[in-house]
Design a binder for this molecule. Structure first.
Ligand code: 13P
Ligand code: ZN
Length: 305
């Protein structure tokens, strides 16, 4: 090859590499404008407004659709971040992409600065490790990633793939309720169903309860996943609530309905001198009637009929 051709070849390789890097940077920057990122940050803004996220309290994850994952894959920078090994494996999550909040990030800061506070992780081909492929600005994913991933696996199979959103918050009335109620799913569900008519419609299967545990690890993740085989939401005693759903709106709505019912239940008890022996409530027959008339698959084990 002549000297001219060698120079020409080197120049075009450098230019092409530069164009590839630029295209990848543009594609990476565009991810933050994708509709699923907007849905994610809108939920964060709404949760903050509700007062559910003191300090870095709470976290959120979203399982991308195959089409959304393709657009992210197309913008992957090379070399990608290293794989981080999980201390469990979830083969059903192999190859999935999740948009997640960062460890220690404040939910209130997410809408204005998503790039520093949220990111996308990819799970490897056997569900035993993840790597960051977008965002997070050097942060780790939320410390509750084990719970998010295990619960995604369980809820995805329980809903034939429909569930995409897992949301954790620290709503005060649900947490207060865990100080005074026996920590079992039947007791919590009945108190909430009877506090407000819409509850049995919003969560006909009931809510699960996990006793107090150290957060952020595999044990609380496994206990939560076990409950979420049956329930779309699970209460963490003295800590908060995990809610799941197919969309951001439905997941936020479930969190809000449970918290509002807990608020009403607590106020009614206070007005009643602390007792939960109320003058008026929804009877078990009434709850069954709602389920029958609306064709709900309500959890009959939680009704005394
Ligand atoms: P992260 O900041 O790691 O998401 O933790 C917040 C939290 O609520 C832990 O349960
Ligand atoms: Zn928490």
């Amino acid at each position: 090859m002549s000297a001219f051709n060698q120079i020409n070849d080197a120049v075009s390789k450098t230019v092409n590499a530069g164009i590839d890097t630029l295209a990848s940077s543009v594609a990476q920057a565009q991810i933050q404008h994708a509709p699923f990122v907007r849905g994610f940050t809108d939920l964060c803004a709404n949760g903050w407004q509700q007062g559910w996220h003191e300090r870095n309290g709470g976290n959120l994850s979203y399982r991308l659709t195959p089409e959304e994952a393709d657009t992210v894959r197309a913008s992957l920078s090379d070399p990608s971040a290293p794989w981080v090994v999980l201390d469990f494996s979830e083969p059903t999550l192999a190859g999935e992409f999740f948009l997640v909040t960062g460890a220690g990030c404040y939910i209130q800061n997410i809408p204005n600065d998503p790039l520093s506070n949220i990111g996308i992780v990819e799970v490897n081909e056997n569900g035993s490790a993840y790597r960051v492929v977008w965002g997070l600005a050097g942060r780790q994913p939320t410390s509750e990633l084990p719970t998010h991933l295990m619960v995604h696996a369980i809820r995805s199979s329980a809903t034939k793939g429909a569930c995409r959103v897992i949301y954790h918050a620290h709503p005060r009335n649900v947490i207060a309720m865990t100080a005074v109620e026996p920590l079992d799913a039947r007791t919590f569900t009945r108190a909430l169903w009877k506090a407000m008519t819409e509850c049995i419609i919003a969560f006909p299967e009931g809510v699960g309860v996990v006793p107090w545990m150290v957060p952020g690890g595999r044990t609380i993740a496994q206990a939560s996943a076990e409950q979420m085989k049956h329930f779309a939401a699970v209460v963490w005693a003295q800590h908060g609530l995990f809610a799941s759903g197919p969309t951001f709106d439905e997941t936020f709505g479930l969190m809000q309905t449970i918290e509002k019912a807990a608020d009403i239940y607590g106020r009614a008890r206070m007005m009643n001198g602390g007792s939960n022996d109320f003058l008026n409530t929804i009877s078990d027959e009434g709850l069954a009637q709602i389920a029958d008339e609306l064709g709900l698959d309500a959890n009959r084990d939680f009704l005394d009929l």
